[in-house]
Ligand binder design. Sequence first.
Ligand SMILES: C[S@@+](CC[C@H](N)C(=O)[O-])C[C@H]1O[C@@H](n2cnc3c(N)ncnc32)[C@H](O)[C@@H]1O
Length: 263
Amino acid sequence: MAHTHLGEMLELDAAVLHEYYAELIGWVGAQLPDRPHIVDLGAGTGVGSRSLARHLPAARITAVDVDEEMLAHLRHKADEEGLGDRIRTVRADLDQPWPQLEPADLIWASASLHHIGDPDTALARAYELTRPGGLFAVVELDSFPRFLDDPAGAALEERCQALLDAKRLEHGLHMGEAWGERLAGAGYAVEAERHFDLVLRPPLPAATGRYAEISLGRLRHGLEDRLPAEDLAALEQLAADLPHRTDFTVRTERTVWLARRPT
Ligand SMILES: C[S@@+](CC[C@H](N)C(=O)[O-])C[C@H]1O[C@@H](n2cnc3c(N)ncnc32)[C@H](O)[C@@H]1O
């Protein structure tokens, strides 16, 4: 995979925040027809595709991603979980003309739209793909997970996240966008915008230590060129220590927009 540990981090995010995922998938799933066809845009390792398939036993899913390694991981996990016959993978770059896809009752795009170079063109294509009356769910991160509660650790995390936010903007990522307005601009009627302010305190799920280790490791690698040596060393030490510590929390914010193509 092109990004350090991205696939593993996506899986750990779903494992640690499983209650949030269950609520989200339950909420969106309850609004779908029987036997829906779902298209997952930028599916990654299939956290969304697989959760939707598990929750909706009659659903068929088309998982689209540009990264063949992600899709291979998705197929492997889907087969392992007995979902492989209902999840099809399609390799495609969503910034290029899209392949022919079956119309969707739900388009699901989780943490993927901000990667798209031209989101308005992608949303116009998605609109054409959505059945009249069908839904588009956009899930985006307002803030990446924070773990440290002590003042020095929390301040270090904030410094790092601010630097990474700046770096993402420099790289043209569409973070913090008004996705509701963009969905409306594409012709959808926005029915809900839900904000999830997630705070997990001990006892934390078993996967949390590894999740913190990888997240802090990614901060360190992403900021090698921007942080002073003492901050890099502190991050390295924290990443090594956290899997064995129990005195931290998980804090992250997500927003979900649910929009419908008018009939
Ligand atoms: C942060 S991951 C999110 C994965 C998954 N949706 C989830 O919630 O776990 C973003 C995914 O978007 C994919 N992606 C980025 N740009 C893309 C593009 N232009 N076309 C298709 N997929 C893209 C990446 O390969 C990656 O798998």
